[in-house]
Ligand binder design. Structure first.
Ligand SMILES: Nc1nc2c(c(=O)[nH]1)N[C@H]1C(S)=C(S)[C@@H](COP(=O)(O)O)O[C@H]1N2
Ligand SMILES: [Mo]
Length: 185
């Protein structure tokens, strides 16, 4: 005898599809099956793509940068060095950032699909003393929902266009070839 409470084959299939669609559409910011939510995905031309949680980011050394406004007020942002975040995915800096890797760049994407690019040497302490962080705190508190949970902070830049709010993805890509034939690096 067929139980009235059990969904039929079509019902089960619909439930299955609903679950799959739910994971597909709500996957951003959520771990696949329980666990800590994923805050940022590192993808593209990286050896080891990553999905990092708040805990993963907290395990990296936390740096702080002081941002002075024109009125003299100071805001302190804290979070890991963006280069150290990328290193978890196998992105190389320092002496290893040479040759073909010099034509790679970082694309930072916000939850609203706002995108900005950084050249890798901009993030590299062997090229520059300017420290760019993936901030998770502002004046000791977690970033607001509008600003965070993660924001790129780019000190000593006259405009804040590259201070990407609600960062969700870090993508490494290779710049397109500018001329025919084999590139020099
Ligand atoms: N996700 C996201 N981040 C963004 C932007 C955006 O549109 N979306 N605009 C940028 C620009 S152009 C500026 S000037 C600053 C504005 O930051 P504020 O909202 O803290 O003033 O955020 C930057 N970060
Ligand atoms: Mo802006």
């Amino acid at each position: 005898m067929k139980s009235a409470k059990r969904p039929g084959r079509t019902g089960s299939l619909l439930v299955f599809i609903a679950i799959v669609v739910s994971f597909a559409t709500h996957g951003i910011g959520q771990a696949a099956y329980g666990g800590d939510p994923v805050l940022v995905t590192i993808n593209g031309a990286v050896p080891k793509p990553q999905k990092l949680t708040a805990k993963d980011l907290a395990n990296l050394p936390q740096r702080s940068v002081q941002i002075k406004a024109s009125d003299g007020s100071v805001t302190v942002y804290e979070g890991p060095d963006l280069a150290k975040v990328l290193e978890t995915a196998g992105v190389v800096f320092g002496g290893e950032l040479k040759g073909p890797a010099l034509a790679n760049y970082l694309l930072v994407t916000g939850a609203d699909k706002f995108r900005v690019v950084f050249a890798l040497p901009e993030l590299d302490s062997s090229f520059t003393d300017r420290l760019i962080i993936l901030a998770n705190k502002r004046d000791g508190q977690p970033l607001s929902a509008a600003e965070g949970p993660l924001r790129t902070i780019v000190p000593d830049e006259k405009r804040t266009s590259r201070w990407v709010k609600q960062v969700i993805t870090l993508t490494i890509a290779s710049a397109p070839l500018s001329a025919k034939g084999r590139p020099k690096n």
